[in-house]
Design a protein around this ligand. Structure first.
Ligand code: KG4
Ligand code: ZN
Length: 337
């Protein structure tokens, strides 16, 4: 079953063809970063309009790369939520219309299930059950994954998501958007140890996260040192160190609590090299396996949607013909097939 996946929940238009016989056959991505950069964040209406412009040319490109035609596609999968409603409707309308015209099934996929399953596209995929640390621009969660759709959220952010905190810190430091990669690069040039930032919610039990206090601490440090032109890298470093340390503490706790022996880390922030180094160190200390998505599948992409759609369709999940998008959609409301 060859599945064409479409991602349009936020500021990347992505599509991909997944074939269980050979994996991702072809994929394409268009980032809207340039459109939103001047506003310092995503402008929903501009995002929707650009998805409309880019989605069909991307699908054509992907089919051409795979040397296939639309009639070679057996099913469509699209991100149905969570995300920006106008942006989601573009992918949903295109996928549903194509499926209707081709008389093939279409399925709405949960964006975070896409991220959660994205490391499965690796050459050495993790085996379920596992503990998943999902770290994106909109969500931060620790999830016990017992099987497809069998998800228990053990902890999540009570305020900002980790990626969002990276984006806001980048803004404070006068860096570009999105903030994650620029903060990461700047932090690598720092003199470590100049600042020590708090590790939020680590001195009390539980697996929830909070990044808003750390964000304020960072803002205050920026304000205190506004006359020092060389301080930005050291602040970025202290911020990244605090985020990474917080994840290490919570992952260690969650692994101990669940007894799970595999850790999966995905979502945009999983591209962060300091985070990967820290978690890989923790995993080897605890004798736990650790898996990340391929670099190109960390941030939003069509491949993870095509794959999640395939898994769901293969297990027999079906959807109505309606353009159903769900801007808010709890991950643990998903069902086992
Ligand atoms: O998963 P994603 O593409 O979109 C959502 O589902 O939200 O994640 C985007 C987020 C952004 O906040 C971005 O700043 C962050 O991931 N990000 C990073 C890195 N690359 C992207 N954060 C830290 N380090 C990175 N290298
Ligand atoms: Zn995402």
């Amino acid at each position: 079953m060859r599945v064409l996946g479409i991602e349009s929940s936020c500021d990347e238009t992505g599509d991909a063809l997944y074939d269980p016989a050979c994996g991702i056959v072809a994929h394409a991505l268009h980032s809207q970063v340039e459109i939103h950069a001047r506003y310092g964040g995503v402008v929903p209406e501009l995002a929707s309009r650009d998805h409309v412009r880019k989605i069909l040319p991307l699908i054509k490109l992907t089919l051409a790369q795979a040397d296939l035609r639309l009639t070679d596609v057996d099913a469509l999968a699209y991100t149905a939520g969570p995300g920006l409603v106008g942006a989601l409707l573009v992918g949903s309308a295109v996928a549903r219309s194509l499926a209707f015209a081709l008389d093939i099934p279409a399925l709405g996929v949960h964006h975070m299930e896409g991220h959660l399953l994205s490391p499965m596209l690796d050459d050495a995929p993790p085996e379920m059950p596992f503990l998943a640390l999902l770290v994106s621009g909109g969500h931060t969660m620790l999830v016990s994954v017992q099987g497809l759709g069998d998800y228990e959220i053990l902890g999540e952010s009570v305020d900002d998501a980790a990626g969002e905190a990276f984006d806001k810190v980048a803004k404070m430091l006068g860096l570009g958007y999105p903030g994650g990669p620029v903060v990461e690069r700047l932090a690598l040039t720092a003199t470590p140890g100049r600042f020590h930032f708090p590790r939020p919610m680590t001195n009390r039990p539980g697996l929830d996260f909070s990044f808003s206090g750390l964000k304020t601490f960072t803002l205050n440090t920026v304000a205190e040192h506004h006359d020092d032109p060389d301080v930005a890298a050291d602040i970025a470093h202290a911020f990244v160190e605090a985020v990474v340390d917080t994840f290490l503490i919570k992952c260690r706790r969650a692994l101990k609590q669940t007894g799970l022996k595999t850790l999966v880390v995905s979502g945009g922030v999983s591209a962060n090299q300091q985070l990967r180094a820290g978690l890989s160190g923790l995993a080897s200390k605890l004798n736990v396996g650790v898996h990340y998505p391929k670099f190109e599948y960390c941030t939003d992409n069509g491949a993870m949607i095509a794959y999640a759609g395939y898994c769901r369709l293969h297990e027999g999940t079906t959807d109505s013909l309606a353009f159903n998008v769900r801007p808010r959609w709890p991950l643990d409301s998903l069902r086992r097939p």
